[in-house]
Design a protein around this ligand. Structure first.
Ligand SMILES: Cc1ncc(COP(=O)(O)O)c(C=O)c1O
Length: 366
């Protein structure tokens, strides 16, 4: 039986979603260029690497797409084997997903019941609060320390008997700060083994500080640690959506159970396999990004002195209440950056010419 139609449409979706922020994708440079009447605009807002797909990726995708009428391998066997070999772990310890952001979501789904707590530092990756809330978990945020990084002692103290998952973003998006070995050792020793600690290492390939540990090499054998990696950044596959995790077999199996079936697409699997064969080129590109990161940091500190050291492919300008205006001023000059109003601005490292355009825009904006 249908109920009589009322004048007001019925609410069909969850009311609590209204309070959630939307995930903000970087603005389209084509749109901005059109608006400003420029031949092109520069996008330094989404932490992509600017050098195009790795050699062999386009060919692998083109070949794979001839099988587009078939479902992909749901077990992602060939790619998990290749990742296992590259990272020195057994294939049953790996799960792949539609970007590592999807794996974050699957990890919350695999660990939390409604009301369980997900703990993270704030500000950090903007997807964390959205994922926690949409999964029915409760977010517990520990404020970043004065240097814009995680306060691991305060995070350890914030673990309760409801905490199921802790997200540690190293290097941290959007501030670029990183955690060193001794800090992480102490933190992991302090957190009980009944709490899963996720080391989100989306920017690992840009780390140059030898004291910032590789989570897979250093911690993945701990029973309650999972390391998240992505092929979106250094490996140049942001548009094809592929990330992976390394954890204990039972955790990886639980994630594979809750993953949306077939969400690691045919082309993503083929592209990732081709990309993994290009590690020398990845290293070469990362070295270019790192050199530019150091140059941009030094230059931008003349305008904003308290820019923290970054170990990622972006820099953080703690402009506080000037952040939104600075973002708008850069856009007006054809450079898209990522302001977090009231807090700061994240600027992705691009090509030398793109970075010069940003520095010129920053100078006139400030
Ligand atoms: C810290 C962090 N984790 C995870 C991701 C997700 O990346 P992807 O879903 O493209 O793999 C990002 C992307 O910006 C990130 O910054």
């Amino acid at each position: 039986m249908t109920s009589p139609r009322s004048a007001e449409p019925q609410r069909l979706t969850r009311a609590d979603l209204d309070a959630l922020p939307n995930y903000v994708p970087g603005r389209s440079p084509a749109d901005l260029a059109r608006e400003l009447g420029l031949p092109e605009a520069i996008k330094l807002a989404s932490n992509e690497v600017p050098y195009g797909p790795l050699p062999g990726v386009v060919e692998a995708v083109t070949e794979a797409v001839t099988g587009a009428h078939r479902y992909p391998d749901m077990g992602v066997v060939a790619l998990r084997d290749a990742l296992a070999q590259r990272y020195g772990v057994a294939p049953d310890r790996i799960a792949t997903g539609c970007g590592s952001v999807a794996l974050c979501e699957h990890l919350v789904r695999a660990t939390c019941l409604p009301g369980d707590e997900v703990l993270y530092s704030w500000r950090s990756f903007e997807a964390y609060p959205i994922i926690a809330a949409t999964s029915g978990a409760t977010s517990v945020r520990v404020p970043n320390d004065a240097g814009h990084g995680h306060d691991l002692d305060a995070m350890a103290a914030a673990v309760t008997d409801r905490t199921r998952l802790v997200l540690v973003c190293n290097p941290n998006n959007p501030t670029g700060t990183s955690l060193r070995r001794a800090q992480l050792d102490r933190f992991l020793d302090a957190v009980g083994e009944d709490v899963l600690v996720v080391l989100d290492e989306a920017y690992r390939e840009f780390v140059t500080d030898a004291d910032v540990p590789d989570g897979i090499e250093t911690y993945a054998d701990r029973p309650n640690v999972v390391v998240l990696r992505t092929l979106s950044k250094a490996w140049g596959l942001a548009g094809l959506r592929i990330g992976f995790l390394v954890g204990q077999p039972a955790v990886a199996a639980a994630v594979r159970k809750v993953v949306t079936p077939f969400s690691t697409s045919l082309v993503a699997q083929a592209a990732a396999l081709a990309a993994l064969g290009q590690e020398d080129e990845v290293r070469r590109r990362c070295a270019l990004v790192v050199a530019e990161r150091e140059r941009v940091t030094e230059a931008v500190r003349k305008l904003v002195p308290d820019v923290p050291n970054s170990q990622a492919n972006f820099v953080w300008l703690p402009l506080h209440d000037r952040a939104a205006a600075f973002g708008a001023a850069c856009e007006a000059r054809g450079v898209i950056v990522r302001p977090f109003p009231g807090d700061g601005v994240r600027v992705t490292i691009g090509t030398p010419a793109e970075n010069d355009a940003f520095l010129a825009a920053a100078e006139s904006a400030l």
